[in-house]
Every structure is written in C-alpha cells, then in structure tokens.
Design a protein around this ligand. Structure first.
Ligand code: BMA
Length: 865
C-alpha cells in the first residue's frame, strides 16, 4: 500500500439537500451482473444443460431432471459420483460500449466452490481454491463488445485432495467426515479443502460435496478511482457522544486529487468533505465525524437496535466516481473476562450493561446454499428473535454467512458469536494452506466488521478440547501420533489459532475480541465441565448419558453448547419417507439420523421419563416434548445461576435438511416443541420452581434493566382443578440476578397430597399483568396419572389466520395442535392447560382453508400411550 498524503481542504457542515438525491448521481461506476444465461456439463459430455447461477452442480442436475431429490429417501447414496468428476460452466455475454470504455474492469466472484479454473475468451485468468474468499480479477484487456465467453472449470474436490492426503502420509483427525459414505473408505480429505466442513457430512447432515458458483458474479467497471472498502471505527462511544472515523481504502489509477465526502442519512448536519490527494495504487485515509446523543444499538430485549446509514462519495468536479452506503450501529460490545470470586468472568457487555446471552448455535440452512432465499434467512433470524434470543453462534463447520444474515441480525438485535470455519478436525500447516487461511480471514473480517451484531471472533469449534495437548483426555486423537508428529500438529494448530487468526483480527477489527477455540477455559487453558472461566460445551447429557438433572449441576460461566435430539414432525418426515419407511429402524429413517447413537439415546432417555409411545407418530411427538423439557430445564438452570453463568446457547437452532437432530426449527422452518419452550425460558422475566434435596425452591430471574415491584403467587392444583394450597408474596424483581424467592420443605408442603395427580403453578404479576408463569410436577411424566381431558375449542377467523380458544375439564398436558393441509405458525404449542384456565392460540398462515376447526388436530401426552 502506498503512502497517502491527504490534506484537509474543508471540513464543513454543508447541508446536503437530501440523502437519496446525492446517492449515485452521475456515478461513473458500472456494475453488470453475470448471473444469467449459464450452461453446464460434466467434462466429457457433448451436451450443455441450462444452469442456475448462483447454484450448485447437484441442484442444476436436479433442475434438469438428471438426478432425483437429493434429500428424498436414500437418494444421497446414488449421488456420490457427482463429487468425483469434473464439471464446466459457461456463459456468453455482450457488453455496452460504455462498459468497455471504463479504464478498469474487474470480474468479481463473491464465492466459488471450490477448485476452479476461470477462462475468459479462451484465456485462463484465475485459479480459485477457497470457497470462503471473494475473488477479483482484472480483465479489461480480454473483453469485447459481443460474444464474450466466461468459462469455469470445476475440478473434483475429491480428485484434488486425495493426492494431498497421500503426500502427507498420515490421516489428520476429522471425526465428522463421512468418507465411507462417499466411497472413500477411511480417507478423510475434508481438512485439505477450504470448503464448508458439513459438506462432507456431520452428525446431523448428509454428505454432499458440492461444487459450483455459490455466490453471484459481476463485472465492475470504474474510472480513475474507486472506493474499495470503508471501515467504521468507533473511537469513543457514550450516550452523549460518538466519535467515529470512516476509514477508506481507495484505489486510484494515478496520482490525483479528489473530493471525498460523507453524509449521515437523516442527519443533514453531519457532513464532512475533504480534498484528498491520492497516489497511484491503494490509498488509506479517513474522515472523522461525531454524533451528539447517538441512538445506541441494543440487542433484542434491551432496547431498539438502532442503525445509521452513512453515504460516502468520491467526486471529481461534478462527476461522482464512486458512492457507497455503509450501515452501522453505535455501540460498545466487549467480552469481559475479569477475575472474580468464582474464577474469571466471561460475559458480553453491551453499552456498559452486562448481558446474559440467550440463544442457540446456528448452522447453514441447506446443503445447497444458493437455494436459501432471503425469506428463509428472515424466517430463521426472526424465529430467533421471536424466541427472545439475543445471540446466535455461527458455528465453525459451516460458512461465514451471507451478508443478508448479518443484516438481519443487526435489524433484529441478535448478537453474533462468529467462529472461523474450522471444526472438530486438525488442519494442515503448510505455507500454501496458511496463506489461503490468512486471505480468507482477511476477506471475511473486512466484510463483517461494520456489523453492530458482531460480538466475537472465535478460532474454531472444539479442536482444543478434542486434541487436548499436554493434558490427558481429549477425544483420543493425539494418541494416534508419534511424539514428534504430535508436536508438529500442535504447532500447526497454534500457528493458525494462536497466531495467524488473532493477528488478522487485531489488524483488521481490533475492537472485536478474539477467542481461540470454543470451548476454552482461558487462552492457554483447556475447558472442562468444572471450568470456572471461559465457555463450556456440556455434553454430559446426551453424549455422556448423564440424566437431565445434571443440567442443573454442570454449569459454567458461559454455556456455548449443550443439546438433545428429537425427530422432526410427521409432515416433515413425509417429505422424505414413504409409509413403508415409517419406522425408526427403516433404512430411510436411519439415513436421516446421522448420529450413530441418536435413536438409541432418544429411546434411553424417553424410557427414563416417558411412557412408551403407542405408535410412530406418537413417538415423534414424545421425542419433541422430551427434547423441549430437557433444554427448558437447562436454560432455566443456566439463567438461575446468573451472574455466575452469563450465557446459554443451545445446540442447535436450525437444520440443513429434513433429519432427526438437536434443532429447534426444522429444515422447513417448522417450530419444534423446543422452540416454543425456548421462547418461554428466554422470556425477560422467568420464574423457576425446582425441587432439590427435599426442598421446593422458587427463583425469579430478570433481564429487565429496571427493578420491578411484583407479586409472586404459587398454587398446588390437582389435575381435576381443585386448589390444594396457595400463597402469595410481594417482591422486587432485580436485573441480572437470580433471586431465591421462596423455599419450603417438600414433605411438609405436600403432606396428604398424591404427587401423581398434582402440579405447582408459580406466577409473577405486576398490578395489572401476568409477567411470568411456570409449572412444576413432582414426578417424571411417566409416573403421572394424567386424566383423559375433554378439551373444548372455539375457532374464529382473523385477518392473518385463525384464533383458537381452548379450555379443558382436567389437566391437558403437552397439547399439540396441528393441521395437515396448510403450513403456518401457532402462537403457542405443546403447552399444558389447567382446568379453570383458558388459552388463546393464534394460527398465522398465508393461505386459509375451509373448515379449519374440523381439520385442526389436538393431541395430548396421555393420547401418546
Ligand atoms: C457439538 C457441535 C457439533 C455437533 C454437536 C452434536 O459439539 O460442535 O460438532 O454436531 O456437538 O454432536
């Protein structure tokens, strides 16, 4: 980068007429999308078939009727040949004279998956080898008016990477790589490709090693100079004043002077303009501005996620050479790690306020990424916000998500814990690999750093604990290597995660904290379930077969993973399975359960807590209730431990195909029981009744910044509606602490009562409103004597769906509402209803159906056995 001498001509408060007026006027930049008119073929085929760009080979084969739906039944197995052959894509395009007259023309590939040779009009202009990078290629000299041919040659990732394994001479651990399903035996090659790890399979995902133009392509033409990048650097933020620098990277074709200006939308007084002297090449310079009494960006639940829009213009005389709009939020967001009475804290502090992080781990929404629409992104992020979440962890076995994902997180106030894309494997340490990783990290850090949602950069998922260098344990990886190799592999690990990545973050996004691996007790200290610092992945329940009760005991400072599986609902299963497959042990159901222990674990835990479901559909339903109850108890336990514990992110929010998994929303966006339960458990104010050591204890937890005068009421109710005990007491609900509000000896309290037929209802009220409510049973569901309730419903139509009013003559446990014919979202589901109470549920749907009331199905737990 050349040194730039920038001098100030004027920094003035000139009023600009209107924001939209000044944007793009006379702009001499030209952008041409190159996403149409594509064809593809397998290398060697005569025929070219129409292709979609962005797209993947698998989806193009599907659209052309050459393969069946990859997600249907066991089709995945027959489609493993696709990643073992080479493919070509090509398009022909014409250009206007104006484009060709531009001084500079670049071809910009936002994402190529993965090993691709790029040819323009017969000349090889680029070799791509990293799915996560953006590629920019100068191409002016090769372009012509008519009949330009852009051709991409996709090398089989399997053919490219098998020789790397042979050259290395030993297998790097990659536990989730389903090489055997891909016909590669034990040859796990996923670690060599800078490509989404889950493409090679995971314990919730199939193996589809895609190739393709997975993000858009465009041509960019520009004259004299262009703004390459704008970084918003917040030098100081208080509620009175935000001092901000807009740091520019501007590419110039010669030494020249230009006018650079910035204008804040809707704030006409914030306008800064400067005459800058650009040197030929890349120039770095900045314009400073201040916002008085800025509106801060807050996460979901704590306030409005306010966003500002900054327009930057580069002008010469009257012509605008380049103009860009950057969206940002004003806020401070820090990870606080300070020694305290328990060890060392681990919490996020937003605008000076410690925030309990409530959320989930997020994976890609499809195996075939380009078919994830804006609507689908919005559906998922909105569902997180609707469930009162304020954080998602973009997990390291997927992708650095598309811009739209972070835009939505900015808008919905969802903070993002961003992993770099490394998970559950050891990676090579050769020069070429490291260079690729560095370039990928720079690309993505620069792309994402202006998003106010960005809370943390994390090096990888679970590699530190899995390898467990210099400490016993781990996942048995290191034991397979000789001492010198162990040292080498650990050194390679440290090169990437302790040196290269933190250096990139320090240089390109110094305000955002870097954490080398999740979980980790401290920078150089391995995580364990007992850690009193750092973050914890607690898998004692599920992988470790511990009972659900242990969710209450195994609590760290920040629970970044824990989870429990369930099956998707019947409608989702019908999308991939035929009636003959409706059995857990069928080939098809097994193909859609990728955790080797999955079905067995669900069954084991179900036997502990629930009666044996009578049929397939009941089993699906009970699996969801089981999962929901498990994770609800974990979230409640984590929140009850605030401020010792300051985060709870369950594994996992979403799915990439229809499958049995830990998700709370399935592939089709359908909410499982868990999503409804998470929404309640993540509510601003939570009341948690529990029993421990013969005692009933009721805690109240609050995320409300101001204290609240309230009333805690408790009742013990028999399933037939008879109230056996009640009490109430005033209380002050405090921010960010879990208060024990009530304690009683259980035997004394329940004397003479039949525990199989009673439930405790705890609820918190302000003068006029019910603000929290929870139920506690004194025995596991299988020991309860649930009555056959008779549920009355009253259905009426609303503008966007239906209203369902429910009442019951006896306890109705885990009421599940469903309708086969249409898709929609119930405002609540899988809930318990007590006699003498009423529930109102709304069903939101795009399309209505005649006779909704008759078609609505209602099931409760006692119908399942
Ligand atoms: C966690 C994740 C994933 C995995 C999940 C369930 O550790 O990081 O690797 O899918 O466990 O096993």
């Amino acid at each position: 980068m050349k040194k730039t001498i920038a001098f100030i001509l004027l920094i003035t408060a000139v009023k600009v007429a209107s924001f939209s007026e000044c944007f793009c006027s006379n702009r001499s930049h030209m952008k041409i999308e190159l996403n149409d008119n594509w064809h593809f073929r397998q290398v060697g085929w005569e025929e070219w078939l129409p292709a979609q760009v962005p797209g993947t080979i698998h989806t193009d084969l599907l659209l052309n009727g050459r393969i069946g739906d990859p997600f249907y039944r066991t089709n995945e197995r027959d489609q493993q040949w696709i990643d073992k052959v080479d493919w070509e894509y090509r398009t022909i395009f014409d250009l206007e004279k104006e484009m060709l007259q531009q001084e500079n023309i670049q071809l910009i590939f936002d994402g190529l998956d993965t090993y691709v040779d790029v040819y323009l009009n017969g000349s090889k202009i680029h070799i791509a080898d990293n799915m996560f990078r953006q590629w920019r290629v100068d191409c002016k000299s090769l372009l012509k008016r008519a009949g330009n041919e852009l051709k991409l040659y996709f090398h089989s990732p399997v053919k490219v990477d098998l020789p790397k394994l042979a050259a290395l001479g030993y297998q790097l651990p990659a536990v989730n790589d389903q090489s055997e399903n891909g016909g590669l035996g034990d040859k796990k090659i996923s670690v060599f490709a800078r490509k989404a790890g889950y493409h090679y399979g995971w314990d919730w995902g199939p193996r589809f090693v895609t190739s393709g133009i997975w993000r858009p392509i465009h041509l960019l033409g520009w004259n004299k100079a262009q703004i390459d990048n704008i970084q918003i650097v917040q030098k100081g933020v208080t509620s009175e004043l935000a001092e901000i620098s807009a740091v520019f990277e501007i590419e110039s074709t010669s030494d020249q002077e230009m006018l650079l200006s910035i204008q804040l939308k809707d704030h006409p007084q914030i306008f800064v303009q400067r005459l800058v002297k650009l040197n030929q090449g890349m120039n770095r310079l900045s314009l400073d501005f201040r916002i008085d009494h800025p509106k801060l960006w807050w996460c979901n639940g704590l306030g409005e996620p306010h966003l500002y829009y900054l327009e930057a213009q580069l002008r010469r005389g009257h012509s605008v050479l380049d103009a860009q709009v950057v969206r940002f939020g004003v806020r401070t967001l820090k990870l606080i790690q300070q020694p305290d009475q328990w060890g060392k804290s681990f919490y996020f502090e937003l605008n000076g306020v410690p925030v309990f992080a409530k959320g989930a781990n997020y994976i890609p929404n499809d195996n075939f990424l380009p078919r994830v629409t804006r609507e689908r992104y919005e559906q998922v992020v909105k569902a997180a916000a609707q469930a009162n979440m304020n954080m998602l962890r973009v997990w390291g076995g997927g992708i650095y998500e598309n811009d739209i994902f972070y835009d939505l997180c900015d808008q919905y106030g969802i903070m993002v814990w961003q992993d770099f894309m490394f998970a559950c494997a050891m990676y090579p340490g050769d020069e070429e690999f490291l260079e690729s990783v560095k370039a990928e990290a720079i690309d993505n850090v620069k792309r994402l750093r202006n998003h106010p949602c960005l809370a943390l950069w994390c090096g990888n998922n679970e590699i530190d604990v899995a390898w467990s260098h210099d400490t016993p344990g781990g996942w048995g990886w290191k034991e397979r290597f000789s001492e010198p190799l162990r040292r080498k592999l650990w050194n390679d690990y440290e090169t990437i995660f302790h040196r290269l990545l933190p250096q990139v973050v320090a240089e390109y996004d110094p305000k955002t904290f870097y954490w080398p691996s999740s979980p980790l007790a401290d920078w150089n200290q391995r995580a364990s379930y007992e850690s009193t610092s750092g973050d914890v992945h607690y898998w004692g329940v599920w992988h470790g077969r511990e009972p659900f009760e242990n969710f209450k005991i195994r609590i760290g400072r920040f629970m970044s993973e824990y989870g429990f599986q369930s099956f998707p609902e019947f409608k989702t299963i019908q999308s991939y399975a035929q009636p003959a497959d409706w059995d857990l042990s069928s080939e098809v159901m097994m193909a859609h359960q990728r955790s080797g222990i999955g079905n067995q674990r669900i069954k084991e835990y179900m036997d502990l807590y629930y009666r044996n479901p009578k049929d397939f559909q009941s089993l699906l339903y009970v699996s969801q209730v089981l999962q929901a109850e498990a994770i609800k108890s974990a979230i409640e336990a984590h929140r009850s431990k605030a401020p010792f514990c300051m985060g709870s992110l369950y594994w996992q929010l979403n799915d990439c195909w229809p499958v049995a998994s830990w998700s709370s929303i399935d592939y089709f966006g359908r909410w499982k029981a868990l999503h409804y339960f998470a929404r309640k458990a993540y509510q601003e104010i939570l009341v948690v009744p529990t029993t421990e050591n013969g005692k009933l204890q009721v805690k109240v937890v609050s995320d409300r910044l101001q204290p609240l005068q309230a009333n805690l009421r408790m009742e013990i109710i028999r399933f037939d509606g008879e109230k056996l005990w009640e009490t109430s007491q005033p209380m002050i609900v405090q921010y960010n602490s879990a208060q024990i509000c009530f304690e009683a000896n259980l035997d004394e309290l329940l004397k003479g009562m039949d525990r199989r037929r009673i439930v405790l209802r705890a609820h918190v009220h302000t003068e006029d409103r019910l603000i929290a409510e929870n139920l506690l049973y004194f025995l596991p569901p299988k020991e309860l004597e649930l009555p056959k309730a008779s549920i009355s419903i009253d259905v009426s139509e609303t503008s966007d769906g239906y209203r369902i009013d429910l009442s019951t003559d006896a306890l109705a446990k885990s009421i599940y509402l469903s309708i086969d014919e249409i898709d929609g979202l119930f405002s609540d589901n899988y809930f318990d209803l007590l006699p003498k109470q009423k529930a109102t549920v709304f069903f939101y749907c795009g399309q209505k159906t005649a006779d909704f009331g008759r078609k609505l199905k209602i099931m409760t737990l006692c119908d399942s056995y």
